[in-house]
Design a protein around this ligand. Structure first.
Ligand code: N01
Length: 493
């Protein structure tokens, strides 16, 4: 069958993919398709449905700057609100007609003759001149390598693949992990479980959560006087940028801020001083993702919730045996063990000009230019690619900045009659050398922890080591000379 031809294919309908679709439409492009493996939009906010799931970035910043929502019911939104917001954006911006749900990308290979990406999908073949991946950074669940995990007799569920038919009422539940996801699900599980064991390898820094319901006056003001909402957003941005400034340039200040974490722990568990040491991290605040909760720590004050700090020796059909020889009998095992993050989920499926996949080219240490384009992969734009995550702030800001650059590339292609565009190898290399130089003083490298922020060789391959504003400045400055291009009139007919 001949492949369906399309100008631009976008993979994924989460914040990045939908943002790309909206930006393309607003820039006058109509010939594009969005392929989404799920039955609806949302990406991470569609996938993650575990009880208690909500965003730890204020909604007013964790939304498109060009599509503010004056009606957020809470200042930090639960996942369902965010998914519905994205659905509304898709409908109001007219991109629904471009969406193909239930379609997975199996392979995307650059076809040098067609000067296009040949996409194999679960719904047939496409030939796309340009490819935008919006496949997210935290997608594929990471299962822990623990002896006997597959022998457990009861259900095993990862937070990112929640099973809503799971019977938890009165059961003995074990949770492995104490990262952002676990910290949100644990207080909810404590409400229903008969007994809850929390297996902690390293404690997380937990700071007070300042979520609250928005008031009617606030919503009215945001609606009638949009400048008030913009001011609120600007204030939140400033506050987050201060966090980025400290984490990247003055990590020593994080030590002083740890006092807030210690105070929060004492206030949450005033009658359990025996738990304080076990719940206090030994690494610098900010080295791993900071978590926010007013419910997690106090869960341990309940008699049926137990903090297990002995390492896990093995999983048996009955439960978990810890290194101190104690057997913890369990009916259900919950894995809050995070994601496979050092490479984009699509990296193994995207094949460049020389026949190698992104995964092979990156070999565990991903690099791109502006996190968005990669030498040897023409007309490819990797949203939320390498070094676009943040220690503080909203990844939506980073996505919008990447889209500024991607759309500038596409416009240049149309304006200059280009068949292909990709970054120059030396430009990409210099950009990444600079990223590593700027990463050296950051709390992520100097804070004494191991985290998903770093590759196996200790390099920062996930986070942007500067202010969000600095990234925005760079992505806005598009220079054709930084790229290798093929002009249409040079291509043999
Ligand atoms: O995953 P994580 P996550 N044995 O990798 C432990 C975003 N997010 O899903 O710290 C025992 O942070 C591991 O222990 P350790 C956010 O960006 C945002 O929670 O490695 N334990 C750790 O405690 C976040 O950073 C939101 O020693 C094992 C935990 O599992 C990112 O997603 C909500 C183990 C994994 O923590 C990932 O968060 C949720 C083993 N073999 C997620 N293997 C919000 O917006 C792993 N662990 C609120």
């Amino acid at each position: 069958m001949t492949p369906q031809r399309i100008r631009t294919a976008i993979i994924g309908a989460g914040f990045s993919g939908l943002g790309a679709a909206i930006s393309l439409r607003r820039a006058g492009h109509r010939d594009f398709v969005v392929l989404e493996r799920s039955p609806d939009v949302g990406g991470t906010w569609w996938d993650n449905t575990y009880p208690g799931c909500r965003c730890d970035v204020p909604s007013n910043l964790y939304s498109y700057s060009f599509l503010p929502n004056p009606d957020w019911p809470e200042t930090f939104s639960p996942r369902g609100e965010i998914q519905r917001y994205l659905r509304r954006c898709a409908e109001e911006e007219g991109v629904i007609e471009h969406l193909r749900f239930g379609v997975s990308l199996e392979r995307a290979a650059w076809d040098e003759e067609a000067l296009a990406w040949r996409l194999q999908t679960s719904d047939g073949e496409w030939l796309a001149e340009r490819l935008i991946t919006g496949t997210g950074g935290l997608v594929e669940p990471k299962l822990p390598e623990i002896d006997g995990l597959d022998t457990f007799a009861g259900p095993v569920v990862h937070t990112a693949r929640w099973d809503h038919d799971l019977a938890l009422e009165g059961r003995r539940v074990g949770v492995i992990g104490t990262g952002s996801s676990a910290i949100q699900v644990i207080p909810e599980l404590a409400k229903v479980a008969g007994h809850l064991d929390v297996f902690q390898r390293s404690p997380a820094w937990v700071l007070p959560h300042v979520n609250r319901r928005t008031t009617r006056v606030e919503r009215l003001l945001f609606r009638r006087l949009p400048v008030t909402q913009r001011a609120d957003r600007a204030f939140t941005t400033l506050y987050m940028e201060l966090g980025n400034l400290i984490m990247t340039r003055r990590p020593g200040v994080m030590k002083a801020l740890e006092a807030l974490g210690r105070l929060h722990l004492r206030r949450q568990l005033p009658d359990h001083p025996e738990l304080h040491a076990a719940l206090t991290p030994s690494y610098r605040l900010g080295c791993k993702r900071i978590t926010l909760s007013n419910h997690y720590l106090r869960s341990f004050a309940q008699p049926h919730v137990e903090l297990v700090t002995a390492g896990i020796a093995r999983v048996t059909p009955q439960g978990i045996v810890t290194a101190d020889g104690v057997s913890h009998d369990l009916d259900v095992l919950v894995l809050g063990t995070g994601f496979q993050v050092t490479e984009m989920p699509a990296a193994a499926r995207v094949v460049g000009r020389d026949g190698r996949t992104l995964q092979e080219v990156w070999a565990g240490a991903p690099e791109a230019y502006l996190g968005t384009s990669v030498a040897g992969f023409p007309n490819l734009f990797t949203l939320l690619g390498p070094n676009t995550g943040l220690g503080a702030g909203s990844i939506v800001t980073m996505i919008e900045a990447q889209l500024d650059y991607a759309v500038a590339c596409l416009d240049a292609m149309d304006r200059e009659g280009l068949a292909t565009i990709e970054p120059r190898e030396d430009v990409q290399h210099a950009y990444n050398v600079e990223i590593q130089r700027r990463s050296e003083p950051t709390v992520w490298l100097s804070g004494g922890c191991s985290s998903w922020y770093l590759a196996d060789d200790g390099r920062n391959v996930t986070l942007w080591p500067d202010l969000m504003a600095a990234f925005e400045r760079q992505t806005r400055r598009f220079t054709l000379a930084d790229h290798v291009v093929t002009r249409r009139d040079e291509v043999p007919a």
